[in-house]
Design a protein around this ligand. Structure first.
Ligand code: COA
Length: 154
C-alpha cells in the first residue's frame, strides 16, 4: 500500500477505562448507557487514521448476540460510515462464532433493513437476550426487534 492511501477504517475493542467517550456519544442520542459495563459486552470504536468515526457493541449470551450501542459521530453521518461500521460488527460477530444476530431499535429500523436485518416479533428473540436489561428495562416496549443471519467464516 502506498503511503498516500488512507488506512481503512477498522474496529478496535475498547477497554473499560475507555468507555467514557462512547457513553457520552450514546447519551447524546438518548441511547441506553446504564448497562455498558455489563461483562457480556464487547465494545468497539470504529477508527480511521486514529480518529473515532463511531462506536458499536456486541452483547453476548451463550450462542446469542445482540448488536447494540451503534452510533456514528454526527458530523460523519449519511456518508456510509454507519453501513461500514455495522458490516464490520457483523463480521466480528461471525468471527466469534455466532450464526445470527439480533437488535432493538427505535428510529433506525430502515437503516438496519438495508443491511439485511428483518423485523421480528419481540417474543421470538432467544430467551437469553429477552432477559437482558436492553429488552426488559432500558429500551421502550415500542422498540422494534430485528434479526439477521450471519455468514460464518470458512
Ligand atoms: C443510524 C446511524 C448509525 C446511521 O449512520 P450513517 O453513517 O448515517 O449511515 P450510512 O450513511 O451508512 O447510511 C446507510 C444507508 O442508510 C440510510 N440511513 C441512515 N440513517 C438512517 C436512519 N436513521 N433511518 C433510515 N435510513 C437511514 C442512509 O441514507 C443510507 O442509505 P443509502 O444506502 O440509500 O445511501 C446514525 O444516524 C446514528 O448514529 N444515529 C444515532 C444513533 C442511533 O440511532 N443508532 C441506532 C441505535 S439502534
Amino acid at each position: 500500500m502506498s503511503s498516500a492511501e488512507p488506512a481503512a477504517a477498522a474496529l478496535r475493542r475498547l477497554r473499560p477505562a475507555e468507555y467514557e467517550p462512547m457513553r457520552a456519544a450514546l447519551a447524546a442520542e438518548g441511547l441506553p448507557t446504564d448497562d455498558l459495563c455489563c461483562a457480556a459486552n464487547r465494545l468497539y470504536a470504529f477508527e480511521e487514521a486514529g480518529q473515532v468515526l463511531g462506536y458499536g457493541g456486541l452483547e453476548r449470551h451463550g450462542s446469542a448476540v445482540l448488536l447494540r450501542s451503534v452510533v456514528v459521530r454526527p458530523e460523519r453521518r449519511r456518508g456510509g460510515v454507519g453501513r461500514r461500521l455495522v458490516r464490520a460488527m457483523l463480521a466480528q460477530a461471525a468471527a466469534l462464532g455466532h450464526a445470527e444476530i439480533h437488535l432493538l431499535t427505535m428510529s433506525a429500523a430502515d437503516f438496519f433493513t438495508r443491511l439485511g436485518f428483518e423485523r421480528i416479533e419481540r417474543g421470538s428473540v432467544p430467551e437469553a437476550l429477552a432477559a437482558t436489561a436492553q429488552f426488559t428495562t432500558l429500551c421502550p416496549g415500542s422498540a422494534v426487534a430485528m434479526m439477521r443471519r450471519l455468514d460464518l467464516p470458512a
